[in-house]
Design a protein around this ligand. Structure first.
Ligand SMILES: NC(=O)c1ccc[n+]([C@@H]2O[C@H](COP(=O)([O-])OP(=O)(O)OC[C@H]3O[C@@H](n4cnc5c(N)ncnc54)[C@H](OP(=O)(O)O)[C@@H]3O)[C@@H](O)[C@H]2O)c1
Length: 349
């Protein structure tokens, strides 16, 4: 892979696709190809085929997908299975037809069974039943892994299915109705800092950019209906669950490096399903302490144990990826500092 190669990044405005774009641009790649979903709906086979036959990319990073939280997955499973199956089937098949030299297919660790030995090895795929809440999404992603595997076997393509752990970083979702654990914590600690300083204008500005603050958080921040602060001395950060579950987290820029790393593998390295993560986990309480340090809020934290904890532990075995010579480079505190800086910059812009 070199700087003059044409690389198509599908989903370049998303968290993962935008990280891949930043990385390749910083490495001097000049022939990057992108389309928004308005310009090219990847669920439409004929349009995908004609786009790839016109642009003839050397490499493809497939980071376009319909992604969502528990609620969206539970209430709209047909959309998740249809959109994801259609996008990946169209892109993978057209990439094969055009003789693409390498492709990364991004899945997620939810492809693995609900009760999986930890750390989760790639061999656990399809060994027992899935978590039901996002089954439709997971089944689509498993089909994508299998498509990569069988196209590689029959057609000699070099399609790499990568399964990342929980990601955070630039372009994350900070809307508290939809956000994952890291952006939710960053925003809650930041809002608490504003509330403790009686900075109602700051809270309004934040809500205008990142969406409304749910009632339980408003209560812990002592906010009135107009977002003004009632009692700065009583402000606390309210977090879900007990803080005891263990989770693994990786900065999205490390995932982008992993995507490019596998595409750079020579012909001797067989493309295979690879977990991508740090291989290290921490408790949610430890994570909260680190976020608190990064954001700089000194007040109390309330653990709301009426809210579910989820699975007690989820960590990937990343030894296969390490054997290929890849290691993540961004320590948690540095990654959180970058993420907080990105979040602050969005409020200012
Ligand atoms: N975020 C995580 O924590 C995480 C963890 C593990 C795995 N992953 C995987 O990484 C991949 C990317 O995730 P992400 O977090 O970057 O998602 P994201 O921020 O929601 O971005 C998804 C992108 O997909 C594009 N897209 C969706 N439907 C499309 C369609 N019909 N046609 C064309 N483009 C379409 C969107 O393009 P437009 O912006 O142009 O509409 C969007 O930019 C997914 O496969 C996900 O499973 C993510």
């Amino acid at each position: 892979m070199n700087q003059s190669d044409t690389v198509y990044i599908a989903g370049h405005r998303g968290m993962v696709g935008s990280a891949c774009r930043r990385l390749l641009e910083s490495r001097g790649y000049e022939n990057l190809v992108f389309r928004t979903s308005q310009e090219l709906d990847l669920t439409r086979q004929a349009e995908v085929e004609s786009f790839l036959s016109e642009t003839r990319p050397d490499y493809v990073i497939l980071a376009a997908a319909k992604v969502g939280g528990i609620l969206a997955n539970a209430t709209r499973p047909a959309e998740f299975i249809h959109t994801n199956l259609a996008i990946q089937t169209n892109v993978l098949h057209a990439a094969y037809q055009q003789g693409v030299r390498g492709l990364v297919f991004l899945g997620s660790s939810c492809i693995y069974p609900k009760y999986c030995p930890q750390p989760i090895r790639e061999e656990s795929l399809l060994t027992s039943e899935l978590e039901t809440t996002n089954e439709a999404y997971a089944v689509a992603k498993i089909a994508g892994v299998m498509m990569c595997r069988h196209y590689n076997a029959q057609y000699g393509t070099r399609f790499w299915p990568l399964m990342p752990t929980n990601l955070y970083g630039d372009n994350d979702t900070f809307d508290l109705q939809k956000s994952h654990v890291v952006p939710a914590m960053i925003r809650k600690f930041h809002l608490a800092g504003l509330a403790a300083a009686g900075n109602s204008a700051g809270i309004r500005k934040d809500a205008a950019r990142f969406g409304p603050i749910p009632p339980d958080i408003r209560e812990s921040l002592t906010l009135n209906d107009d977002w003004s602060v009632q009692n700065p001395d009583a402000v606390a950060v309210r977090l879900w669950g007990t803080g005891t579950p263990r989770r693994e987290l990786m900065h999205v820029d490390d995932l982008a490096r992993a995507c490019v790393h596998v595409l750079e593998q020579t012909g001797e390295a067989e493309p295979m399903l690879l977990n991508v993560g740090t291989g290290e986990d921490m408790t949610i309480a430890e994570l909260a302490e680190t976020v608190r340090r990064v954001v700089g809020f000194e007040g109390p934290v309330i653990w709301d144990d009426s809210k579910p904890d989820g699975t007690p532990r989820k960590v990937l075995d990343v030894s296969k990826l390490r054997e290929t010579g890849f290691a993540p480079a961004i320590p948690l505190e540095e990654g959180l500092t970058r993420s907080y800086a990105w979040y602050l910059a969005q409020i200012e812009n």
